[in-house]
Design a protein around this ligand. Structure first.
Ligand code: IPM
Ligand code: MG
Length: 358
């Protein structure tokens, strides 16, 4: 088969890690008889520099016409002082919304080889971490009304958390369907003791839960969830939560699974065209130094094969290669742990993964 993939390399380490994932996809294509065509488009700071806006119309069009999208990361200090609607991050929200990608799947699994990089006590880590976080991606405070105004004490700013029943229903269905294929447990995370939007969230999730009687559905307040993830991550199977809480808790998950450089994500809507990106950012401190860990992006490419193209065995081939690379002790700088071994560069890690793909 022939697949057209739009590449949004973006900023910072984005180009390095996307190129790495493309090499891996090309190799998988050679072995399994697929052709992946890559077309790059500008986004974020790179687009601002080239054409003065963070999300050019051509980029949106290109992504819509492609079979799927692979994104690196956006943002960096150079563009940090721009007004909110011109920031590189605005482009990321814009493309998620333009493509209707309301579901963000963020698996967080502790590879056995990563036990030393995991910050949890060994007996806690040994119970295992294998969580799929379902983060709502096109609603909530990220997209609610915001602005500046004159308030009681002078200038003030506001952002609004707003969820419609429809938005909660569709993400709840994704969570329950995901749980049906796993251990049939969903924890819905909210702040229903304070927020009205969370009270609607909770009631709606439970209404949808009735359609999935085999799935156990419980609620957890977000502050408690932040604590429980550290205390006993093994208790979680599928988590469903809002855009904002999912953003924060998925970074927390990265520290109980070793490194944020390892965690992939898939953003999906109602079509097979999805966007795949590591959960980490553009890491400007190490950009252009060939130090980035490409694994999160390569695993995101594996998710693309699985979710957008239905290429399960090809996805598993990538995931197995990475697991074996890690089992054999190969490390980039972020996952060295206490070891004083010389870390692999981004290109060296990519070459290792290519070598291990069967
Ligand atoms: C993420 C990132 C983005 C988000 C930023 C860069 C806008 O942190 O994908 O987790 O908050 O969604
Ligand atoms: Mg984030």
């Amino acid at each position: 088969m022939n697949y057209n993939i739009a590449l949004l390399r973006g900023d910072g380490i984005g180009p390095e890690i996307v190129d790495s994932a493309c090499e891996v996809l090309t190799k998988v294509g050679e072995i399994y008889g697929h052709t992946f065509n890559f077309t790059p488009y500008l986004i974020g700071g790179a687009a601002l520099d080239a054409c003065g806006i963070p999300l050019p119309e051509e980029t949106v069009k290109g992504c819509k016409e492609s079979d799927s999208v692979l994104l690196g990361a956006v943002g960096g200090p150079k563009w940090d002082t721009l007004p909110g609607n011109m920031r590189p991050e605005k482009a990321l929200l814009g493309i998620r919304s333009a493509l209707g990608l309301y579901t963000n799947i963020r698996p967080a699994k502790l590879f056995s080889a990563m036990a030393d990089a995991c910050l949890l006590r060994r007996d806690v880590a040994e119970r295992g971490v294998n969580i799929v976080m379902i983060r709502e991606l096109t609603g909530g405070i990220y997209f609610g009304e915001r602005g500046r105004r004159d308030g009681k004490y002078g200038p003030e700013a506001y952002d609004t958390e707003c969820y419609s029943e429809m938005e909660i229903e569709r993400i709840a269905h994704v969570a329950f369907r995901t749980a049906m294929l796993r251990n049939k447990r969903v924890v819905s995370i909210d702040k229903a003791n304070v927020l009205e939007s969370s009270r609607l969230w909770r009631a709606t999730v439970h209404r949808i839960a009735k359609q999935y009687p085999e799935v156990e559905c419980t609620d957890m307040l977000v502050d408690n969830a932040a604590m429980q993830l550290i205390k006993d991550p093994a208790q979680f199977d599928v988590i469903v939560t809002t855009n904002m809480f999912g953003d924060i808790l998925s970074d927390e998950c990265s520290q109980i699974t070793g490194s944020i450089g390892l965690l992939p994500s898939a953003s999906l809507g109602d079509t097979t065209c999805g966007m795949y990106e590591p959960i980490h950012g553009s890491a400007p401190d190490i950009a252009g130094q060939n130090k980035a860990n490409p694994i999160a992006t390569v695993l995101s490419a594996a998710m693309m094969l699985r979710y957008s193209f239905g290429l399960e065995k090809e996805a598993v081939a990538i995931e197995t290669a990475i697991e074996n690379v890690l089992n054999d002790g190969w490390r980039t700088g972020d996952i060295l742990g206490a070891s004083d071994a010389t870390p692999l560069s981004c290109t060296e890690m990519t070459a290792k993964i290519l070598e291990y793909i069967k």
